[in-house]
Design a binder for this molecule. Sequence first.
Ligand code: AMP
Length: 494
Amino acid sequence: MKNFDEAGLAEPILRAVKEEGYEAPTPIQREVIPHMKAGEDILGIAQTGTGKTAAFVLPLLTRLAEDRKKPAPHTCRALILAPTRELASQIADSVRTYGQYIGPSTAVIFGGVKPGPQLRALSRGLDIVIATPGRLEDHMSTGGIKLDATTTVVLDEADQMLDLGFAPAIRRILGKLPKVRQTVLLSATMPHQIRKLAKEFQSNPREISVAPVSRPIEKIEQSVRFLNSSSKRAALQEILSEKDIERAIVFTRTKRGADRVSGHLDKAGLSSAAIHGNKSQRQRERSLDGFKNGSIKILVATDIAARGIDIDGVSHVVNYELPNVPEAYVHRIGRTARAGKSGVAISLCDGTEQPYLRDIERLIGRKIPSGDGDWADGEMPAYDPANEQTQLKRHKRPQGNRRRSGSGGGGGGGGAGRSAGGAGRPAGGAGRNGAAQSSKPAGEAGARPAGAKPNAGRGRGGKPNANARPAQKSGPNRSQSNRPRRAKPAAAQR
Ligand code: AMP
């Protein structure tokens, strides 16, 4: 399949795609669309920016267009699970855009907002529900939605969902779906846990991979400045005062750090917005909208914003603090150089962060060139915990690659439900080529100690949960009983 005309998409979907200005399918679209149309299960490795959303949304919509039937109340024909509210909203925008000429009924389900409108939408019965796992389970437990008529399920950014502690919820949700169904699992990386999930819930999946993992986009001009932590503020101000800044994202490791940096920038006359998991849904949406429409030029973010958010025209990414999970670096800098453009990524590295930098360089397989800083490359004194009490107050001592999963925005998802036919357009549009990016998110730093499980059975913001069920063991019987038979293509079912 070289072009969209050969993809077998329904005419109204093809029309919408052409209006978006897409000239040719991206590699992931070329691979996924035919197999998904054929009703096969898919296990795909693809990052954001590769066109993966359209890869699963276009065949899904085609199936709906070819087999129009009214869903029964409190059911949905297709379910898309996403880790964060932002990603869920973005997918919903894409569904509306690509589906504008067939007008599928849809709802976005996530937490942090009143459930009433969502319940009303669900009660009508829907073609497509796009949800984060936490709030979806809430609605499942009250009978707001039943999944026994859902014949297609897509898990987008599955590895991030697992990182956020959603594995038990996902298993419970998938366990409620009919056994004959199509299961599409997309993930930026393919750790053991994802394979396990695939084995339990997919049937002979078609494996598709479009990008080598862990290699940052070639078009990004990367540099690192070696600084004392006390010099970082001034350096950031200087960087962001440059004329060539169109849109910049500044990353910090912690939520408090993001607020602090945003406050300093505002005082310095550089207006910015902070976005992280402690902000309300409305604040987050307002900040992202402002950033997309250009009224806010600088976004200060924790790693929650590093994944899944598709905003074109980010000219600069500044790592005010280096991430302690090296893969997060690749995600962060991947927010720039999108849609075929180039971009600049500058990292500020103090003495305590040198181990993080080494991990990052090891991951990306190259040395990041050093720019203006207090120290030349290799000259900054190594971090010495015995002598650096002052720094210890500011930064926790680096502890290798300690992974911290976060309570971040994904944590249970919040959200507004709305039905079909809205306006939203996904940002951007120029060609994607499935270029290399990677990998796992860092989550919100400081959320919980390494190895600690998120809230039992739920992974939501600390809410005690009387209904929490233990993670189900995937013993032979259970995995057998959950393993679906392959769903027939819609056409064959009629
Ligand atoms: P995604 O990886 O799904 O986040 O998509 C990233 C961006 O690529 C979005 O802005 C889409 O609008 C855009 N896009 C998706 N498919 C194509 C295509 N075939 N040609 C050009 N742009 C595309």
